[in-house]
Design a protein. Sequence first.
Length: 81
Amino acid sequence: MILSVCVGSSCHLKGSYDVIESFKKLIEKYNVADKIELRACFCLNRCSDGVSAKAGDTYILNLCPTNTEEKFINEIMPLLG
């Protein structure tokens, strides 16, 4: 599964770099590097929803370094099947 984190202007200013770094650590922590390909992308058109990501066809919104693990466990891990 591809996990794309927006690095467009709005998300960049809201901390997308830190979210990407958090996801890198979580992918390693939960040993799912063989199941998740982390990518940066430009504009997911969800600028008013905080830092945004897309896992498969699912949007993960309002990301910040303090909630990435919760959203990773609750919203991304179930998509792995």
